[in-house]
Structures are given as C-alpha cells and as structure tokens.
Design a protein around this ligand. Structure first.
Ligand code: MG
Length: 380
C-alpha cells in the first residue's frame, strides 16, 4: 500500500492580511505549515510527501520541509492560481503507482496522527473519505440578505482535511473537472461529481483552518491586567469576597462593602483596558458608593468592557488570608464571578493562601488579593 500526501500550502493569505504566505506565519514559535509536515513525517506508513507552494516561497518551504522531516525526501512543487489547480499539480507529482492520496490544507496545523489514521482506516473501507464534524450552529441559506432555506442540522457536517482517496479515483475526478471547466472548494466535491460516494470520518473540532488572524490561538488576546487590593479586618462588618458572604467573626472595613477580591478583579480589568483604576472611577468620597455592593461596580466595569468589545479570556486570583479557611467557599466565589462577568466558570480560577503567619495578613490585620486577567477582543 503506497500512501502519498499532498499538503496544499500555496494560499496567498489575503484574509490574514499577511504580507507573505499565511502558512509560513509563526504559531507558537514555528511556521504554521511545520506542524502538519511534522505530523505526516511521524507516520511511518506514509511514503511520499509533496508540498504545493507558491512559486515565491519554494526555497523557504524546501528549508522548512527539511527541518520538519529530517531524512525524508519531500517534493516541493509550485502551485497554481487556484487551490484546485495546486492540488492537481501535487497529485501529478506523486508516483503513478501510488495507491492512496491524502490531501491536507497546510492552514490546518492542529492535525494529529490519530486523525490521519482514522481517515486512512475509513478510506480503506470506502475508497473516498473526508474528515468532518457535525455542525453545531443552525445553518441558513441566504440570498440577497433573506433566508431562503434552513437545512436540517442533523444532516449538516463541516468538511475538514485530510481528505483521503484512492489515487486513481481522485486523479480522475480532477481530470474530469479540468475537462468540464468546473471547480469546487474541496476535493470531495470533485469525487462526488463523478457519482462516487464519499464517506465522512469523525474529524475534530480542534482541527481548525486558520483563515483570519482571529483564528490564530493567542492572537485574539487583547490585553492583560493586574490588580491588587488590601482591606483591614475589623469586628462588626460582613466578610464579602467575590460577592459571596463568608461566615466569620470579623469583616473588611471600607467605604463600599469592602469586597477586596472584586476590587482587585476590577482593577485588573480596568488595567487591561487602560482605564485607570477603581479609585478614579468610583471615588470613595462619592456618597453614592457608600455601602454599595462591589458587584454593582463590577457590572459597570463589565459595561465598559462590552462597549470596548472585550471579553474575559481568563481570570486568576489569589486571596491572601490567614483566617478564615476559604477553601470551602472557592467554588461559590468562582461561580458568582463567572456569572457576573458573563463567562463560563472554566475561565475563572480562585486560589486562597495564608502567609504562614507572616506580615499583616499573618497577624490577621487584613486580607489582600492579587488578580490577573487576560481580555480578548469579542463580545462578553
Ligand atoms: Mg478596595
């Protein structure tokens, strides 16, 4: 069984706003294309590896292929004007005795061995297979701004790559499309046009195609912010942390409810947005804020975030308190802050620590909180 791979890497990256080829943009320190090449290289059943590149990038891609696939001969061939033309050139570069062709988009860097093997197993059974995932959104067919159809969601799958075919079948499909002058956005569609069934194998929601800068993990992050606050512990006050009242014989002193955690969180959020601090926004000389729940202030900060199109990517806070023991309350605090910030609890982390009896915290004179937040662009 001779298995050949074609990695399509000839896109121009216009939607990425990239100067050069988007598959050469760095992702966690490596060019995006390198990830799928390394994955295919690690599969010993793969014999031939062809990368289709833009003419201008041929040398760069050759160097990259050498690095990603040490000891393996990787053919790097120039692509065409359209993806379909590029894949055809890749197919022609494979030896004629190839049994199976795996076609993959270089802009899908999160490929795993498992996905390829799942696809290959299904291809051996059916002859033509695409990795795909069931669509989660309801898909609308729209013409001139008006919905004309809502296809049943249970029948809709989003096609990914790799797509795997018997070599002679995919070559025939491409040749027929060339003769008829038809084009399609993926290779399956050309095989479908031959009247040959194409099966789906379970893809992975993580196997995303990087099309716009927002798709690049980490690049959608807007900003980080840090917050720190301290309040004095006194008798006769409630102890409120993250909007949750904690039973204790003392509470925190302050103009508002003295929720030291929410204050540190707000300062982190404001810091990330470059909006100063809570002292400027809610001065403690203003009688409107006397005894106010800090969650009310937090909702104002959230309003500011929404106006600026920021959402919480994640929030991490550590509460420094010698007493009381806070571990039984951490989950409730986390849930409360998540709901106030309109994000899932998985984005919030709350820690509690003593200071081993040292300093003002250790002497139980006060409670301190440090919070760090990462905001990303997008609605919250
Ligand atoms: Mg404060």
């Amino acid at each position: 069984m001779k298995i050949g791979v074609i990695v399509a890497a000839a896109g121009s990256g216009q939607r990425m706003g990239a100067e050069g080829n988007k598959v050469l943009l760095p992702l966690h320190g490596k060019p995006m294309l390198q990830y799928s090449l390394e994955c295919f290289h690690s599969l010993e059943e793969i014999v031939d590896l062809v990368v289709v590149s833009r003419e201008a990038d041929l040398e760069l891609v050759k160097d990259l292929a050498e690095k990603a696939c040490p000891g393996r001969v990787v053919q790097v061939v120039p692509g065409g004007a359209e993806r379909q033309e590029s894949v055809y050139k890749g197919l022609k570069a494979l030896p004629p005795d190839t049994d199976w062709a795996i076609i993959h988009d270089g802009a899908r860097p999160f490929l795993t061995q498992d996905m390829v093997r799942r696809g290959l197993a299904a291809a051996r059974e059916y002859g033509a297979v695409a990795l795909a995932v069931p669509v989660k959104d309801t898909i609308k067919q729209v013409r001139e701004g008006v919905i004309v159809d809502t296809p049943p969601r249970q029948e809709l799958w989003a096609a990914q790559t790799p797509q795997i075919f018997r070599y002679e079948l995919i070559l025939r499909a491409h040749e027929q499309a060339r003769e008829q002058g038809t084009s399609a956005t993926d290779d399956c569609a050309l095989v479908e046009a031959l009247g040959h069934p194409v099966y789906v194998a379970q893809g992975d929601y993580g196997n995303v195609k990087i099309t716009t800068p927002d798709d690049l993990p980490g690049s959608a992050v807007g900003a980080v912010g840090f917050g720190y606050d301290v309040h004095r512990l006194v008798p006769g006050r409630k102890l409120i942390l993250g909007g949750v009242e904690i039973p204790f014989d003392r509470g925190l002193l302050g103009h508002s409810d003295a929720d030291v955690l929410t204050h540190a969180v707000m300062d982190a959020l404001l810091g990330a947005m470059g909006e100063g601090d809570i002292g400027e926004l809610f001065p403690d000389t203003d009688p409107r804020y006397a005894g106010i729940s800090s969650l009310v202030l937090l909702s104002q900060v959230r309003g500011l975030m929404q106006k600026r199109s920021f959402a919480v990517a994640n929030l991490d806070a550590v509460i420094l308190a010698q007493q009381p023991k806070l571990s039984p309350w951490k989950e409730a605090i986390r849930a409360r802050l998540a709901s106030e910030l309109g994000v899932s609890e998985s984005r919030i982390n709350i820690k509690a620590s003593t200071t081993e009896g040292l300093g003002f915290v250790g002497r139980e004179e006060g409670i301190a909180v440090q919070a760090v937040v990462m905001l990303r662009s997008g609605q919250c």
